[in-house]
Write a protein that binds this ligand. Structure first.
Ligand code: ZN
Length: 62
């Protein structure tokens, strides 16, 4: 179980905790979701760029 620092009070809490046991903040959850969302967008862009590149290469070959 990973420990992270609360963005509000700075104390350690479990990554899986719904809210901070010290101050009750839920900001760390929103931050994690935003990060996951950003990773998905970057991944989608990479896949799109790769497929566009492959199509370009395929068209060049013909
Ligand atoms: Zn806190």
């Amino acid at each position: 179980m990973a420990l992270i620092n609360c963005p509000d009070c700075g104390k350690e809490l479990a990554e899986s905790a719904k809210n901070c046991p010290h101050c009750g903040s839920m900001k760390h959850l929103q931050k994690g979701k935003l990060l996951a969302c950003g990773c998905m967008i970057v991944l989608a862009l990479l896949v799109w760029a790769f497929s566009a590149f492959m199509e370009y290469r395929w068209r060049q070959g013909n």
